[in-house]
Design a binder for this molecule. Sequence first.
Ligand SMILES: Nc1ncnc2c1ncn2[C@@H]1O[C@H](COP(=O)(O)OP(=O)(O)OP(=O)(O)O)[C@@H](O)[C@H]1O
Length: 369
Amino acid sequence: MTSCASVATINLIFKHSFSQNSESSRFDFNVDLELPSTGLTAIYGHSGCGKTTLLRCIAGLNTPEKGRVRFREQIWQSEQICLPANKRPIGYVFQEASLFDFLTAKQNLEFAIKRADTRHTKLDYKSIIDVLGIEHILCKYPSQLSGGEKQRVAIARALLIQPSLLLMDEPLASLDPARKQEILPYLKALKHAFNTPILYVTHSLQEVAQLADHLVIMAKGKAVASGQVTELFSQLDLPLQLEQDSSAILEGVITEKDEKWHLMKFQFQGGALWLKDCGQALNSQVRVSIQARDVSITLAEHQDSSIVNRLAVTVVDIAKNIDPSMALVRLQTGDSYLLARLTLRSVDQLKLQIGQSIWAQIKSAALLS
Ligand SMILES: Nc1ncnc2c1ncn2[C@@H]1O[C@H](COP(=O)(O)OP(=O)(O)OP(=O)(O)O)[C@@H](O)[C@H]1O
């Protein structure tokens, strides 16, 4: 499993066999992970692959046959000790907000404050309320709130416990697409406003692309990949390429504006792109998604093209088995990666090879955040 450079990590080892009705339907859960203890780590995988089991083991709600949990320098579980769930400094957000119906939003929050670990007050009430935008609904009862509002109160409640680690199990799963879009900006704001690391379970690659710094891909009870989201999104040997309209993610900063043409310059590690100016402030950090089908290849730089965004890149991988007529090509520029979807005929005619220096033309890029 990929190892993180920082010593500030979360180390997890779990082994458990769930016996179901028959031996053939036994579920083996076997995870060995080292995760960063900063930012948002998405745990992604299909239904039944063990994502919730992973969170429950970390929280101490499941007791696996073998378990080890180290959060930074604290051991929560080992062969010798096993902190009970109520002694682990975690906040847990579930799919359903599960607020007390007979209490207002504010009273639900006060209930959490009473349970808070006051020795380590890191997050203050007002900032949590502000970041989640719930001041105006505090006097309402859960039955008077939308699904998204209830979930924002539930997230505030989890943060008011003053957790060292926030576990979120598909917090948007019960919301319709419009409510999901409404709550995503609050999740992004939360990630940037507080230093609390988040482990975020999801089925949605869109949520991964918008929110995650680090990604764990799970399949059949195992973590099959773990790494930076920008790195894993562009890897050709992972199931992600089969599950989405392949795209790469770039992270960078807005460094310049061209007001005459309504464009802004997005500078990233490895180059710069001109994007439609969507109003982001200069120096703001943004994330951009580039679909593989929007990237074409030329062997030399074409100054006479209508495509303004051209990058000098190196071919690092070619996958030919995705579709009988198509290839997916992984390209590197600096420390960043792009994907290009080309016909196999083009790959053959251009004689593309790993290590070759070529030019990528980017027809369009979408701002993710
Ligand atoms: N207490 C249990 N007893 C028996 N089997 C269990 C138990 N808990 C989990 N499992 C099994 O472990 C597997 C993984 O379940 P888990 O809920 O962790 O998956 P998941 O990836 O979170 O799924 P989903 O995305 O649908 O929520 C499933 O096959 C489930 O039936």
